[in-house]
Design a binder for this molecule. Sequence first.
Ligand SMILES: Cc1cc2nc3c(=O)[nH]c(=O)nc-3n(C[C@H](O)[C@H](O)[C@H](O)COP(=O)(O)O)c2cc1C
Length: 270
Amino acid sequence: MSDATPQPKGPLGRFLALPTDSVPKTVFVAVMLCLVASMFVSAAAVALRPLQEVNKLIDKQVNILQVAGMYEPGVDVVEAFGVFEPQVLEIATGTFTDQFDAASFDDRAAASDPALSVALDDDPAGIGRQSKFVTVYLLRDDAGGIDKVIMPIHGYGLWSTLYGFIALEENGNDIFGLQFYQHGETPGLGAEIDNPRWKALWPGKRVADANGELQIHVAKAPNASGADYHIDALAGATLTSVGVNNLVQFWLGETGYASFLANLKSGDIS
Ligand SMILES: Cc1cc2nc3c(=O)[nH]c(=O)nc-3n(C[C@H](O)[C@H](O)[C@H](O)COP(=O)(O)O)c2cc1C
């Protein structure tokens, strides 16, 4: 007498004949689930990338508006940002260049492009490479003269690179504001650089003294240059404060915007 139950044929047949809660079938379902889920996540990441780029750009524009004292919640950011005149600045000469389109020039990409940047031996800001070109934003008064300049700054804090902007008055020496829009410092400690009370210490401070010497400093107490050039270091976050001091001095000194600020003061840039 022969067995009535037909035996499954081939590996697929044997697999399908296994009980639903068998180990091979459980592993198979888990793997398929992972594959399908990862396909959805990848597709979402790719589809959302353009939106992320737009949001990043809007966030940067909000920060430029804020540091220039022109941001109001609910404002149409793109329209409000239209008042700024972006210019690509050649750092070495402190003059504007039309080699690049200022509206789309990517400072960060330039900083990692060997053709557009230099490796720093002396690197107090901890940035590794410095772009030879950066985008600065001019705000003009009704007569068409420069009212404020907004310049990008960045450098290492304690845990992360801090990216921000500093706004100066038309004389290239009086600080209107400073703001960081990206960093990874610790909330409640280094991240207090975002605290409006700390940011309020910056307006009215000066960059250089009457002899043109760079004097601005972030420290626990003013140095010999006096209070006009001193910003209080953050309590409990001395290391982030040291980073801010280093990067501000790097960008506002000879290694950064000194030539540009001299051109502003002399009226060679208007
Ligand atoms: C978990 C943790 C996170 C910290 N984050 C920061 C920070 O973001 N920035 C900073 O300057 N110090 C930070 N500190 C403190 C520093 O280690 C250091 O104590 C502090 O900068 C000294 O500042 P003070 O001289 O004002 O006390 C952190 C400490 C710990 C334990």
